[in-house]
Design a protein around this ligand. Structure first.
Ligand SMILES: [Zn+2]
Length: 417
């Protein structure tokens, strides 16, 4: 028999609602799965006739694609929340506190890894299927049930000397390690370019904290602000910063002119960007990842989501680390965005947490939406509030403000690949 016409191994997943994300919501819908792939999505009344005797799983809530957390630092999980001391504390004060904790806590590698694994487990339990993790030290293979991890090794250094040291490390990096930069304020231009060139040769992602704080451009273009003071305290100013006068209009303009931006680059945070910056990001087809909870916690402004949407950029979403995010929950990120942008449709916010993240991470052939051909690894989400929804809009409003659904089930994860 032609394997394509063999329906015996097809399994159906039926729910009152199916939210494919990239196509309209289906009421009393069904997802048909064969092995590790989705083969059809549609109405129960139609697909149950195509597959009349097939095994059927019933979900009392809804089916949706898994969440993609496009920015996290698992290795910081051990340090817990690093509080801001008072309302006047700057982001640099927070960075100082985090560094102090990292220098003085003296945790064993095993403890750091155990906390990282626990965080990854919790991400998975909340419905995350893929994480983009960035860290200064490689993590081991975890044995627990966790999301797929795209792991980047972060290199940084603000001086010429540090660039030489880090570039040496870069040149000797084993092939399985994928480097990335940290931020324009912490990493000299030549080092950023060296890392980007390395990732271009390997075809890997380049994720960078960008415009998280207004003092980044003060350091880069004026040689002042809290990052300037921070580097001065550490004797890490060698003339690299400020950058040559009048050459760049903004941080994004600087990144474009130094060839950092392309479709493999993810600009994380992007709080202090203007319309001209957004045009550049769109032109270079770079990705944006917003981290609303982390921004709120550290006390910076709210990223201009509506300007991104107007510029045809659908940002991905990330939690960032435990150090700046007590919740570490993608549902909470969506809920916060809804409060901050009441006039942005809930469907857009859900798309940010799913398909935008999958595209940013280059995993959209498997994840980000429920479509024929994609991975059969998707979510069942159940909650009393979901059962009260009477229309698509109400359903999406509930889903993006739920914060923590009562039950999240990963279907077919064992088959994913
Ligand atoms: Zn971060």
């Amino acid at each position: 028999m032609d394997p394509a016409s063999d329906h015996s191994s097809v399994v159906l997943y039926r729910a009152p609602w199916v939210i494919p994300v990239t196509s309209p919501i289906i009421q009393d819908g069904v997802v048909a799965v064969k092995g590790s792939r989705i083969i059809a999505v549609g109405l129960w009344s139609e697909l149950s006739l195509v597959y009349p005797d097939n095994q059927t799983h019933h979900c009392s809530g809804l089916l949706m694609p898994g969440l993609i957390n496009a920015h996290i630092h698992l290795e910081l999980s051990i340090y817990g929340v690093v509080p801001q001391e008072n309302a006047e504390s700057t982001m640099c004060d927070w960075v100082r506190s985090l560094l102090h904790k990292r220098m003085t806590a003296d945790y064993a590698e095993k403890e750091i890894n155990t906390a990282a694994e626990q965080c990854a487990k919790e991400q998975y339990a909340s419905g995350v299927v893929v994480l983009l993790d960035t860290g200064n030290n490689p993590l081991p293979q975890f044995t627990a049930k966790i999301p797929e991890i795209y792991s980047l090794l972060e290199l940084l250094g603000p001086t010429e000397k540090a660039t030489d040291v880090m570039s040496g490390i870069l040149n000797n990096l084993s092939t399985e390690k994928q480097p990335t930069g940290h931020a324009p304020y912490s990493t000299a231009p030549r080092l950023l370019q060296n890392i980007k060139e390395h990732t271009l040769k390997k075809g890997t992602l380049f994720s960078l904290h960008v415009a998280e704080n207004p003092d980044e451009s003060l350091l880069l273009f004026q040689g002042k602000g809290c990052f300037f003071d921070f580097l001065q305290e550490r004797d890490a100013l060698d003339g690299t910063f400020p950058l040559p006068k009048d050459r760049y209009l903004s941080v994004i303009d600087y990144l474009e002119k130094t060839h950092i931006l392309d479709d493999k680059t993810i600009c994380v945070h992007c709080v202090y960007v203007n319309d001209a910056d957004i045009k550049i990001i769109a032109k270079k087809r770079s990705h944006v990842c917003l981290c609303p909870s982390s921004n709120k916690f550290i006390g910076v402004d709210v990223a201009p989501l509506k300007a991104f949407l107007a510029g045809n950029i659908l940002p991905a979403l990330g939690t960032d680390s435990t150090a700046s995010n007590p919740q570490m929950n993608m549902w909470h990120e969506m809920e916060l965005l809804r409060r901050e942008f009441a006039d942005v449709p809930s469907a857009t916010i859900l798309a940010m947490a799913t398909i935008a993240g999958a595209k940013a991470l280059g995993r959209e052939t498997d994840y980000g939406s429920i479509e024929a051909g994609k991975s059969s690894h998707f979510l069942g989400v159940e909650d009393e509030k979901i059962s009260t929804a009477t229309c698509e809009k109400e359903l999406l409003d509930i889903l993006t403000s739920i914060e923590k659904p009562e039950k999240v089930t990963h279907f077919n994860d064992h088959l994913a690949g």
